[in-house]
Design a protein around this ligand. Structure first.
Ligand code: NAG
Ligand code: NAG
Ligand code: NAG
Ligand code: NAG
Ligand code: NAG
Ligand code: NAG
Ligand code: NAG
Ligand code: NAG
Ligand code: NAG
Ligand code: NAG
Ligand code: NAG
Ligand code: NAG
Length: 717
């Protein structure tokens, strides 16, 4: 074989493979899972025939809508790893046979009209990480068996009609980070067993019919960031003083819960940003201690709080809203609350003191233009000495901002109307028409109450996490909804071209729908409402083969020309470079060593011997990562040795991961890894020397079929 072929091949193996989890040939789906899928379809009603392809051939190899499959080593079958049917107008019920999909990690039926109860058999799917059933009409009670899902990371059952208690067994969900159960009819006491959850971040159970008391044991939750229990009826109970000990807390929202007593000391929660205790029967004074300087929102309105507004209600540089209306507060209107706020373009402060008993106002009361003060319904409004009183004393509701922006660009000629082309208003290429991805996106429990000053942060955060350029994202519109939740419509544009390629679409969708990204804590958890390209909804579709959810599927078999191939290689080299900048400078290699079955460890001496001390005559290629040599091992085996150059060395851990991945690839038409060398600042991979044949023969594999045989999955990075 020629050197060029080898280099390309070496480049592909060496550069692509660190990102790959599996390479396999098509097999067929596990028969018990085929049976389960058929039962699942039969119990659903599908008026728009969105699951039409669920009657063609084999589920995993015939691209059934919503499936992603995986191949397991030492098992002749493909297994369903993800079943995600987002917003497809499905009704009917969930079949108990779901429990047979024993390799599932993601089970999602969000935003359909599915009714009936959640089958207890789901508790059998121990591999399950995401259970996403929000936005349906599910009823009945929560099966105790859900608590057996020891790998569960996220449970979303919000916006259904589920009733009955929260099972105590949920206290055993030791990997759960997100419990989203708001907007149901859950009742009874919140089990104190939930306080055992070691990594629970978000507990959203607002808008239910829970009763009893608030478990003081929640103070033991070591990771809790958001506790949102609004609109339940814990009639007569008080806020446990121990909640002041939840030092990880960012948001505490207990609106309209029937709570009594006074406000506990929350001054030891260093980063508390959002506090809503409104619409309860709380009494006593306002907190006289200092809350966190991260406060954005304080809502203590509609209670029976008394006394005056302490001077320490100031010094909150990020404060956006302070709502104290409808209490029994007396004394003077405070005049220093805004003193630590820098009012740039979009910062505003909203102070609502309506309907209290405030009697006086400082003589030099002159808040900046960006501060709104509402005093309607206070005796102070009769004050005739302050000339501006009218300005503060108008009755006024609490208005929340919304926003929208258009994409029109008057200097460009109109875009073609087919395929719903639009201008990307931010693209560095002027007048570029492109088809954007539309994403309905909602922040479920934001830590802010005014989005405007945070829009830029949000855009930076989201595009960074999705590996996109800032100009690829445009917030088309946003609106505050009850909760408060922030509903947005986002548009993602392709980078400098008119159309996304399909793998990029699947990548973005999969990252969003698999919750592989976590926004800054300021924005709290998000949910995906819809995902459209032009006017088409994009279902989550598997091609032949396997996936790991994260990811780009690259269909190598489909690659026809060398042009495409080199583009692909370049693309991945660029990726690699950008990673290297962060991750690996030349390091002294650690003692970290791997033992991988079937992969031999070679010493530097053995490598030098095999290649006549890396002589030029044995060199068969050179790539960005280093040189490739043809060598002969002591036992006579012909090998190709890829020797990394200085700049291409990986950390030992990454290198051993690569070796492990390469060692798992055993396919008759792929060069297999014979061994490696990792010492003395040297990293080498030793491959079987490839027999004759072209590169394409080695990659596209089965010439007897047009069928795409290989699917390479890039691990999320
Ligand atoms: C699956 O999808 C791939 C790529 O979209 C396509 O080429 C292939 O023909 C499909 N397979 C079947 C059986 O539909
Ligand atoms: C599908 O469901 C959506 C919302 O649930 C509804 O607005 C739409 O009319 C439905 N489409 C059809 C064709 O039934
Ligand atoms: C599945 O769950 C049901 C009900 O929870 C149980 O009876 C059954 O034994 C489970 N099956 C397996 C294979 O674990
Ligand atoms: C939690 O798990 C333990 C052991 O894993 C078990 O003994 C206990 O009954 C479970 N608790 C609940 C409430 O299911
Ligand atoms: C939750 O329920 C409340 C009260 O019924 C309602 O105002 C709110 O819109 C609901 N939220 C969602 C996201 O459905
Ligand atoms: C809420 O629970 C109470 C009992 O605690 C019950 O009387 C009431 O009907 C429930 N309300 C709803 C809407 O389920
Ligand atoms: C809350 O519960 C108490 C006692 O359980 C009941 O008297 C009261 O009416 C309930 N409040 C609401 C708003 O349902
Ligand atoms: C808060 O934690 C401290 C230290 O662990 C403890 O001494 C104190 O009693 C706790 N406060 C409450 C109200 O539980
Ligand atoms: C504060 O709470 C009241 C009553 O619960 C609500 O009407 C108001 O919208 C809230 N204000 C803010 C800024 O959240
Ligand atoms: C204020 O908001 C506008 C529109 O949302 C934005 O263009 C501008 O950059 C923002 N200004 C600052 C200082 O953040
Ligand atoms: C804040 O005040 C400045 C100066 O009066 C003004 O230019 C700016 O528009 C205000 N910002 C907002 C969001 O009201
Ligand atoms: C997607 O969600 C957004 C935000 O809620 C909404 O504005 C838009 O109309 C939705 N699009 C579709 C096709 O449902």
């Amino acid at each position: 074989m020629s050197g060029v072929q080898f280099i390309l091949c070496g480049a592909i193996l060496g550069i692509l493979f660190p990102y790959f989890l599996h390479v396999a040939v098509a097999k067929s789906t596990d028969p018990s899972e085929v049976h389960a899928l058929s039962a699942i379809k039969n119990s659903l009603t599908d008026p728009l025939n969105n699951l039409a392809d669920w009657s063609n051939g084999d589920p995993c190899t015939s691209n059934w809508t919503g499936l992603v499959c995986v191949s397991m080593p030492n098992d002749g079958y493909l297994h369903v790893q993800e079943l995600q049917l987002l917003k497809l107008n499905l009704s009917g019920t969930l079949a108990p046979e779901l429990g047979l999909l024993s390799h599932l990690t993601i089970l999602g039926f969000m935003w359909n009209k599915i009714s009936g109860s959640i089958p207890r058999e789901i508790g059998n799917i121990t591999s399950l990480k995401l259970l996403l059933l929000n936005g349906n009409q599910l009823s009945g009670s929560l099966p105790e068996e859900i608590g057996y899902l020891s790998n569960l990371d996220r449970l979303q059952i919000d916006e259904n009609q589920i009733s009955g208690p929260i099972p105590k067994s949920f206290g055993n969900l030791s990997r759960v980070k997100h419990l989203h159960m708001n907007n149901n009819s859950l009742s009874g006491q919140i089990p104190h067993e939930l306080s055992q959850l070691p990594i629970l971040f978000h507990l959203l159970v607002d808008n239910n019919n829970l009763s009893g008391y608030l478990p003081s044991e929640f103070a033991e939750l070591p990771s809790l960031k958001i506790l949102q229990l609004d609109h339940n009826n814990f009639s007569g109970s008080s806020i446990p003083a121990s909640y002041g000990n939840i030092s990880t807390l960012l948001k505490l929202s207990l609106r309209n819960c029937g709570l009594q007593g006074s406000i506990p000391d929350l001054s030891k929660i260093p980063h508390l940003a959002y506090l809503d205790l409104s619409s309860n029967q709380l009494n006593g004074p306002l907190p006289s201690y200092k809350l966190s300087i991260d406060m954005t929102t304080i809502n203590l309105s509609h209670n029976s709080l008394s006394g005056s507004i302490p001077t320490n209600f100031s010094g909150f540089p990020k404060l956006q809203r302070l709502s104290l209306q409808n209490n029994l507060l007396n004394g003077s209107v405070p005049s220093s609350i805004w003193q630590d706020i820098t009012f740039g373009g979009n910062n505003t402060l909203f102070l609502d003191f309506e309907n209290n008993s405030l009697t006086s106002i400082p003589d030099a009361f002159d808040p900046p233009a960006n501060v709104t003060v509402l005093l309607y319904g206070n005796p102070v409004c009769a004050n005739t000495k302050q000339p501006d009183m009218v300005r503060y004393c108008q009755p006024q509701g609490d208005k929340q901002t919304s926003g929208s922006s258009t994409n029109s660009n008057k200097n460009c000629s109109p875009c073609p109307t087919d395929k719903t082309y639009e201008y990307n208003p931010l693209s560095p290429i002027p007048c570029l028409c492109a088809v954007p991805l539309g994403v309905g996106y909602r922040l479920k429990s934001p830590g802010i109450s005014d989005f405007r000053p945070y829009i830029a942060d949000f855009e930076t955060d989201l595009t960074f996490l999705l590996h996109l350029f800032l100009y690829q994202l445009h917030i088309d519109r946003y609106i505050w909804e009850a909760g408060p939740r922030l509903n947005m419509y986002l548009k993602f544009y392709p980078d400098n071209s008119s159309l996304f390629n399909i793998s990029e679409i699947l990548r973005i969708r999969s990252m969003l729908a698999g919750w592989e990204i976590t926004l800054s804590d300021t924005f709290g958890p998000y949910e995906l409402l819809n995902f459209t390209l032009g006017s088409y909804e994009i279902p989550n579709t598997s091609k032949s083969g396997l996936s790991k959810g994260a990811v780009v599927g690259i269909l190598l078999g489909a690659i026809a020309g060398a042009g495409t191939l080199s583009t692909l290689v370049t693309f991945l080299i660029m990726r690699r470079h950008s990673r290297n900048q962060v991750a690996s400078k030349r390091r002294s290699l650690s003692k970290f060593s791997v033992k991988v079955d079937g992969v031999k460890y070679f010493t530097f001496e053995e490598m030098a011997l095999a290649t006549n001390n890396f002589s030029d005559s044995t060199q068969v290629g050179q790539g960005g990562y280093g040189k490739v040599y043809k060598g002969i091992l002591e036992d006579g085996t012909l090998v190709a040795i890829k020797r990394a150059e200085e700049g291409s060395l990986q950390g030992s851990k990454e290198f051993s991961t690569e070796i492990e991945l390469l060692s798992r690839l055993h396919h008759r038409n792929l060069v297999s890894l014979a061994g490696y060398c990792d010492e003395q600042d040297e990293q080498m991979l030793v491959y079987e020397f490839m027999p004759n044949g072209t590169l394409r023969d080695h990659l596209s594999v089965r010439s007897d079929s047009q069928y795409i045989v290989m699917k390479i999955i890039v691990e999320s990075y």
